[in-house]
Ligand binder design. Structure first.
Ligand SMILES: Nc1nc2c(ncn2[C@@H]2O[C@H](COP(=O)(O)OP(=O)(O)O)[C@@H](O)[C@H]2O)c(=O)[nH]1
Ligand SMILES: [Mg+2]
Length: 325
């Protein structure tokens, strides 16, 4: 009965049964990069893969949290269970942004069918994106049918996380000129669905036209880069009033059907899992290397040479790897 004494076994069992407290504890374990967390994921991993994971990305303040709250409401009305992961590495100390998210999602707090979790911890050794991916797996294992991941579309960790979504939704609002430029310049990958939220703004249609322009400029191949033959829909919403949410949910379902029919979901997941394995392996190799070299005199000597401009960094790395065997 004492939570702390809970063995990994029971925790896994309770998690698989969908127990919310087990889920909360499990996510804390992976967030803190605890060995029990990895052990748990190892145990429940065979039970993952059925959740529909949708990533919502976009600049702060466009209405992602409000939109997720509205989509969650729609999915709950359709009888689906929902998990929400809100990831904000920009606020590791203040809970400012997260507090706002909590308020916007507060109507769902008492609903057992909705599990909401904010993650901002980037201190964990494994890194935020790894922890977030593990957390998404745990939500999946706990039987959440829909998993919504919210990120501010900046930073590598967030791009890594959003890459793991089956469907990527870019949320913008009228006047998000920077985002249009980023799409145009190819800095931002073309998403699966574009939402123009705050459609109560008179500049909405101008924005929609601009986005259409960018998408047609990108050409059919670019438009389909994430999923052959899929035409990226632009959906106008007023998340705060629940306008356009049904249309958005329909587009999300159409996209899922599309990637399932074309075998792209499997392909996308294979590619993402390959990246995940490689990035965990790379992170561990780096960690091992750093530990091995902490007191290594030879490494210090190499470093001095680089500092003194007698040896370039690449040659030093070559020498380092040769010495490491
Ligand atoms: N006018 C208007 N405001 C909205 C709409 N949707 C959300 N907001 C407001 O925009 C602000 C930011 O919303 P939030 O969901 O926190 O944005 P996030 O930072 O992208 O998660 C909040 O004050 C919302 O109430 C909308 O459709 N119209
Ligand atoms: Mg938010």
């Amino acid at each position: 009965m004492i939570a702390r004494a809970m063995s990994a076994d029971t925790l896994a069992q309770r998690l698989l049964e969908g127990d919310r407290r087990a889920l909360a504890r499990a996510i804390s374990l992976v967030e803190d990069d605890r060995p029990e967390g990895w052990e748990l994921v190892r145990e429940v991993y065979p039970h993952t893969g059925s959740a529909a994971v949708v990533g919502f990305t976009g600049p702060p303040g466009v209405g992602k949290s409000t939109l997720i709250a509205a989509v969650t409401r729609a999915r709950r009305n359709a009888g689906r269970s929902v998990g929400v992961l809100s990831i904000d590495p920009s606020s590791p100390f203040t809970q400012g942004a997260l507090l706002g998210d909590r308020i916007r999602l507060s109507e769902h707090f008492l609903d057992q069918g909705v599990f909401i979790r904010s993650m901002a911890n980037r201190g964990a050794l494994g890194g935020l994106s790894e922890a977030a991916l593990q957390a998404a797996l745990l939500l999946d294992a706990a039987g959440r049918e829909d998993v919504f991941v919210e990120t501010v579309g900046v930073g590598q960790a967030e791009i890594d996380i959003i890459d793991h979504a089956d469907t990527v939704v870019l949320v913008l609002m009228p006047g998000s000129g920077d985002s249009i430029q980023a799409l145009k310049a190819g800095i931002m990958e073309i998403p699966d669905v574009i939402v123009i939220n705050k459609a109560d703004n008179p500049l909405t249609d101008t924005m929609v036209r601009e986005i259409r322009g960018v998408l047609s400029l990108a050409g059919p191949e670019a438009v389909s880069e994430r999923g052959g033959g899929w035409r990226v829909p632009i959906v106008k919403t007023e998340a705060a009033r629940g306008e356009g949410i049904d249309a958005l949910v329909e587009r999300l379902q159409e996209h899922r059907s599309h990637i399932l029919a074309a075998g792209q979901l499997a392909e996308r997941r294979r590619r993402n899992l390959r990246n995940e394995v490689l990035s965990i392996a790379a992170a561990r190799m780096r960690r091992r290397l750093e530990e091995d070299l902490r007191e290594d005199a030879e490494f210090q000597r190499l470093l001095e040479q680089v500092v003194d401009r007698r040896l370039d960094p690449a040659s030093a790395a070559t020498a380092l790897l040769a010495a490491a065997g």
